[in-house]
Design a protein around this ligand. Structure first.
Ligand code: HEM
Length: 360
């Protein structure tokens, strides 16, 4: 995707977030708005339809651009040329199997992934490719809901996570120093870093950065709430959840529960240190569901391994090139808490302010 298309995408996401998410959120926290008549009378239905229309026409535009790109590429391929009008060299084009297994991997085994093809394709490109080969073509109406889910699930979450990680790093210079030292040990530091892109093995070795990412996701889970429908009656303490009830689970609340975390409101990446002698003094009780930024169970996040790689890539790339300095507006966790809003995804009311300067 070229730069213009990326800017277009970013603007679109902003539009989606502003309209769609805020209306959905409103109906969650003001359940009387679930009443259709009231929702219509108060003008929300009209706003929602307009937002949906904006969202769909935005995504339709993206699909149209990609369809056109794809068709041009297929045409070139049929002529034996690549997109830059060079003859395709089949020897170079063969799939390169690069299998990485984490030997001393962490609990999620983030890098237990097979990189089948170094020429990676986006989800939409894959859909269009499959579609191109199929007799029964997918319509835009079939592609749109798939893309909408991915837009919400993948882009907003990682964007929020990356900005919150940078904000916390800017606020905690001693943590930033440790992350910088780790990154320098991988890429050789300012004098030797030749700007090469990170390899999967580089990303795998960024253990302390991973602790920072997890601790940020504990304090500020990008998807702070999830919803479930209760299949059968569930006793819960002194209460009973009736079958059929809709429930909202606050991941953000679980992550700050003092039964599980020591000083839960403090930013302590060492909680996630693989060495228990380091982590245990910051954890009161280990429970499999005390840390669930990607949810848990059969409907958990399908993109969590990719998300971790993406966050490590983005943060390490920025830190290789920029110094971060704290903003006077964000000195403490309480300062962030005051400005954070729980939409379907977490969002900073007026953005995360971080001062940067380019490294020489
Ligand atoms: C920091 C980044 C991310 C966080 C915190 C996150 C979090 C979550 C959570 C909490 C859920 C579960 C929702 C539920 O239980 O109802 C979820 C679902 C999902 N996520 Fe992620 N996610 C992230 C990144 C991604 C990425 C990068 C992708 C795609 C590449 C992705 C794709 C999905 C999809 C498709 C679902 C729906 C799965 C289903 O309904 O079965 N997510 N995510």
């Amino acid at each position: 995707m070229g730069l213009n298309k990326q800017v277009f995408l970013a603007l679109g996401i902003n539009l989606i977030r502003r309209n769609q998410l805020q209306l959905t959120q409103l109906r969650i926290i003001q359940p009387w708005l679930l009443n259709k008549t009231l929702f219509q009378l108060l003008g929300y239905h009209r706003r929602q339809m307009k937002a949906k229309q904006e969202l769909y026409s935005f995504i339709q535009n993206v699909v149209a651009i990609k369809r056109q790109d794809h068709e041009e590429k297929e045409l070139q391929k049929a002529k034996g040329m690549d997109e830059n009008n060079n003859k395709i060299d089949t020897k170079d084009d063969k799939n390169k199997d690069l299998k990485i297994n984490s030997e001393n991997g962490n609990e999620e085994e983030f890098l237990d992934i097979e990189y089948k093809n170094t020429k990676t394709k986006s989800f939409l490109e894959l859909l269009l490719e499959i579609d191109h080969a199929a007799d029964d073509k997918l319509t835009d109406a079939e592609i749109l809901p798939e893309l909408t889910t991915l837009f919400f699930a993948a882009l907003d979450t990682t964007a929020t996570a990356n900005s919150t990680i940078l904000l916390l790093l800017a606020m905690y210079p001693e943590v930033l120093q440790k992350v910088t030292d780790e990154i320098d040990s991988v890429f050789g530091g300012p004098d030797e870093d030749d700007g090469r892109p990170p390899t999967p093995a580089d990303l795998h070795s960024m253990n302390y950065l991973e602790c920072v990412i997890k601790e940020t996701a504990r304090l500020y889970p990008p998807a702070p709430i999830v919803f479930r429908q209760v299949d059968e009656e569930v006793p819960l303490g002194r209460h009973v959840l009736p079958a059929g009830a809709s429930i909202m689970l606050t991941i953000a609340g679980i992550h700050r529960n003092k039964n599980y975390w020591v000083n839960p409101i403090q930013f302590i990446p060492e909680r996630f240190h693989p060495d228990e002698s380091v982590s245990s003094s910051h954890i009161r009780q280990r429970h499999p569901y005390a840390f669930i930024p990607f949810s848990a169970g059969p409907r958990n996040c399908i993109g969590q391994k990719y998300a971790m790689l993406q966050m490590k890539t983005v943060i390490s790339t920025i830190l290789r090139q920029y110094h971060l300095s704290p903003s006077p507006r964000f000195q403490t966790i309480a300062d962030i808490d005051k400005r954070i809003r729980m939409d379907i995804t977490l969002r900073m009311e007026d953005g995360a302010v971080i001062f940067q300067s380019r490294k020489q």
